[in-house]
Design a protein around this ligand. Structure first.
Ligand code: FAD
Length: 407
């Protein structure tokens, strides 16, 4: 059992105040904040450094998140390389409708692919701030989380030996499929789940963007999305049945569906290219409450999953890491526990805001193709209101940019 006492054959147990499980945006941001305050930590990651620096996923960062990275000296190459977006475009009923969210709020979206952010963060943590990290570890187990002396064990990839690390806190930043959340005994936290009931074919095309902003295609055949990642690579999404077989999606069919669902009067033609990623996502979300169990503190996707409907997950991972980093620094260096005591509550306000917005937007995307004429009608009413009412547009813009009342 992952929450039992360890029985490792580690020759000499190591000790760090904090062990961070997972080197994604949450874990690396947290590690960097701890190192900046001279709090020692060890980051454990199952994959190699090369792998995490190339794993494609997110690309949209909210303005407050970019400012938060800058304030902590973590923006790296972002200001020079990110694209700055000010508008998005909905296409429905054969027409294009632009929503200028920056004009409404003053905030921007930054397009910066997750692999670039991870590359910046790992370089800063390991090469600049001298943080300890082990890549390629196996069979990570968490122990004695309810005691004041928890520990983490893992198999070292080079020696094959079990290693034991004693610590004061374990930060569970190992994403949706990690071991941290699983280490909490059943019934000790509440896990609220939501299934959107649809699948998305997530695609990356080696092709320049076909539009100067994000496009949401709401179509009776199903949703389609277009999102720039870089001048050379574009992410597309196509709604499909949950669990659909990739064999149903040869490249020709993908491009035909994208052309059809993103088609609108005056829209520029799609620039096609080699599809370098094609996978089916079943859209679902969950929230763990509280995000703390004994000395285990969850952050990012380990604590809450937001389907990529509104491009929120990486932003939430950064928000958690900012708060957790500050709370741990305050506790370890000054003995102040208020930040840790309030950590879960401070994160969950934004988490639930984003869950609610994703649910709302999911209905806008998918109602038209649900086969239910009532849902299709209300979807269209929502969309028309968005472009007829300035206050509806402002409310959308605030949520899309993460300007939450809990900020
Ligand atoms: C197709 C797609 C598009 C997306 N687009 C956006 C977007 O535009 N904007 C946005 O904000 N979000 C987006 N997201 C969500 C975003 O990618 C995630 O929310 C983000 O990666 C979460 O960061 P994290 O650090 O919590 O977890 P992760 O990035 O998953 O990192 C967890 C790390 O832990 C490691 N790990 C796993 N198990 C273990 C273990 N047992 N021991 C040690 N290490 C372990 C993993 O290898 C990984 O490196 C998208 C997601 C997908 C799938």
């Amino acid at each position: 059992m992952t929450f039992s006492s360890p029985h490792p054959n580690s020759p000499s147990p190591q000790r760090f105040p904090v062990v961070v499980v997972g080197a994604g945006p949450a874990g690396l941001t947290l590690g960097n904040i701890l190192r900046a305050a001279s709090v020692d930590c060890l980051v454990l990651e199952t994959e190699s450094r090369a792998f995490i620096e190339q794993r494609p996923r997110a690309g949209v960062l909210e303005e407050w998140a970019v400012r938060g990275l800058e304030e902590r000296g973590l923006a790296g190459n972002l200001p020079a390389r990110a694209q700055v977006h000010e508008e998005c475009e909905f296409r429905f009923a054969g027409e294009r409708h632009r929503l200028g969210y920056t004009e409404l709020t003053g905030d921007h979206h930054y397009i910066y692919p997750q692999p670039l952010l991870v590359t910046d963060l790992v370089r800063e943590y390991a090469d600049v701030r001298g943080g300890a990290v082990r890549f390629g570890v196996r069979d990570v187990e968490l122990h004695d989380l309810e005691s004041e002396r928890p520990s983490v064990s893992y198999t070292d990839p080079d020696s094959g030996q079990r290693q034991l690390v004693h610590c004061d806190f374990v930060a569970g930043c190992d994403g949706a499929r990690g071991v941290s959340r699983e280490a909490i005994p059943p019934g000790r936290v509440r896990i609220a789940r939501y299934d959107h009931g649809v699948g998305w074919l997530a695609l990356l095309a080696e092709a320049p963007p076909s539009n100067d902003c994000v496009v949401f295609g709401v179509h009776p055949r199903g949703f389609a999305g277009h999102m720039a990642r870089s001048p050379e690579v574009t992410r597309y999404y196509l709604q499909c049945p949950p669990g659909d077989d990739l064999g149903n999606w040869p490249d020709d069919r993908v491009w035909a569906e994208l052309r059809e669902r993103l088609g609108a009067a005056g829209a520029p033609p799609l620039t096609e290219g080699r599809l370098i990623e094609k996978r089916v996502l079943d859209l679902h979300g969950y929230v763990v409450e509280p995000m703390v169990f004994g000395r285990l503190l969850l952050a990012g996707d380990a604590a809450h999953l937001t389907a990529p409907i509104a491009a929120k997950g990486m932003n939430l991972a950064l928000h958690d890491a900012f708060l957790l980093g500050e709370a741990l620094v305050a506790y370890v260096t000054r003995g102040e526990s208020a930040g840790l005591d309030g950590y879960s509550g401070a994160c969950l306000g934004r988490v639930w805001e984003y869950q609610e917005f994703s649910q709302w937007l999911s209905e806008v995307y998918h109602g038209a193709s649900s086969g239910d004429p009532h849902r299709a009608g209300t979807t269209l009413a929502r969309l028309r209101r968005l472009f007829a009412s300035p206050s509806a547009a402002l409310a959308f813009a605030e949520q899309y940019l993460g300007r939450t009342p809990t900020r």
